[in-house]
Design a protein around this ligand. Structure first.
Ligand SMILES: Cc1ncc(COP(=O)(O)O)c(C=O)c1O
Length: 395
């Protein structure tokens, strides 16, 4: 289900008051929901010692939300100096930070290794030369090429710009070892918004296999593998949720088997963004116009600059109208913003209950890759971000 009924039950009775105080449009995030998802993830992987989620900062780089992640014991996956800076300001330090960037500059590596450092995850063998020096702990991002299929969103690994190719991988670790690296990690990210849990199980199996191969060849051990983000969420009411417990159970079995064969196991890291916060945010906007031409347009006071996933990926975001049921004599409408762009549409030909000027419209699942992808075309400002705290206050 989009937006949990628990969040709806917390938010809807307070919505008019929150709208009156803050004004629309705004994204509002649900602290209780984020914590619940984080605790469930930790519990699911409790069988793998040292399991850690490195929250993908790019998904929701809001300091108040990052503080919740710190409180849950999570680290941060950062892809830029700005994301490192945000993570450090909320207390992330050293091994709490994983720097996974691509097409990286020397300046970015210097920033990632300064101020207490971070775990450097190299996207290419050529980037070894761009490091100020070889850190003690180094990780490489693996691109398995035709050995694996990517999913629909992330595309085929052979066509993806990311990572070290299969043929280069051993050499990458050999060079790092030669230059003084003592501890090692292996990373990949092959799927995006994938609700089939077996993808992640296959990814873990693939990385553990590479760890065994490289360890034997070079006589090194691995501190961790990182299976990336990409866990999917159900954006449509009919979508089945990811089977997190089955995924964790099967990955834990892989790790135990690895330990039986090798005497010890690496730690497991993941860097989910969407899974952690996506369902725990909504965009609240108000209807400012209705227009009847060849189609019916419901014009709202948010636009694509607040949420570009529908315009950019044709992505579905569920929409509800508080106080009106979906089955109330639905009308087929397009829900649109005010940008001078015809793809500035939150929904196209969507059956919704009759909507009048002044109604509130709630766009679901905006807690990840929503506000963060915003922009200022046409001079439109991005909306506020509010946090619905566990104690019922709104910040
Ligand atoms: C390297 C890396 N890690 C993690 C993520 C987070 O992905 P998701 O929010 O789908 O979990 C991304 C997303 O772009 C990414 O590029």
């Amino acid at each position: 289900m989009p937006m949990s009924s628990a969040f709806e039950n917390r938010l809807y009775p307070r919505l008019d008051e929150i709208v009156a105080h803050f004004g629309t449009p705004f994204h509002i995030y649900d602290e209780a929901g984020i914590r619940d998802t984080g605790e469930r993830l930790k519990a699911a992987f409790a069988g793998i010692p040292g399991f850690r989620e490195y929250f993908a900062v790019k998904a929701l780089p809001n300091p108040a939300v990052l503080e919740i992640m710190v409180d849950m014991g999570f680290g941060f996956d950062c892809s830029s100096i700005a994301e490192l800076e945000l993570s450090r300001r909320v207390g992330g330090n050293g091994d709490d930070l994983m720097f996974t960037s691509n097409n990286t500059t020397r300046r970015e590596f210097a920033a990632a290794m300064a101020d207490g450092g971070s775990i450097i995850n190299l996207d290419d063998i050529s980037l070894i030369e761009k490091l100020p020096q070889m850190p003690e702990l180094i990780c490489f991002r693996y691109n398995p090429g035709q050995r694996r299929t990517g999913n629909a969103i992330i595309g085929k690994p052979v066509e993806a710009k990311y990572g070290v190719s299969h043929d280069q991988l051993l050499r990458a670790y050999a060079i790092a070892q030669d230059r003084g690296a003592k501890r090692f990690g292996l990373h990949t990210m092959l799927a995006s918004n994938e609700r089939d849990y077996t993808y992640m199980v296959q990814t873990a199996a693939m990385l553990l296999e590479q760890v065994e191969r490289i360890s034997v060849a070079l006589g090194i051990g691995f501190d961790f593998i990182n299976i990336g983000g990409g866990l999917g969420i159900p954006y449509r009411p009919e979508d089945a949720p990811l089977k997190t417990d089955a995924m964790a159970r099967e990955i834990t079995t892989l790790f135990n088997d690895f330990a039986m064969r090798n005497g010890s196991m690496p730690r497991l890291y993941m860097e989910s963004g969407r899974y952690m916060t996506g369902p725990h945010g909504v965009l609240v906007t108000q209807v400012i116009n209705r227009k009847e031409i060849y189609r019916t347009y419901v014009g709202v006071d948010a636009c694509m600059s607040s949420l570009m996933r529908p315009g950019m990926y044709n992505a579905y975001h569920h929409i509800t109208v508080p106080g009106k049921r979906e089955t109330d004599s639905p009308q087929i409408v397009d829900v649109v913003g005010s940008l001078c762009e015809n793809n500035d549409k939150f929904a196209i030909q969507r059956p919704l209950p009759p909507i009048a000027e002044g109604d509130l419209v709630v766009i679901h699942d905006t807690g990840a890759h929503g506000h963060a992808m915003g922009f200022n075309y046409n001079g439109k400002l991005r909306p506020k971000e509010l946090l619905f705290r566990q104690d019922g206050t709104v910040a």
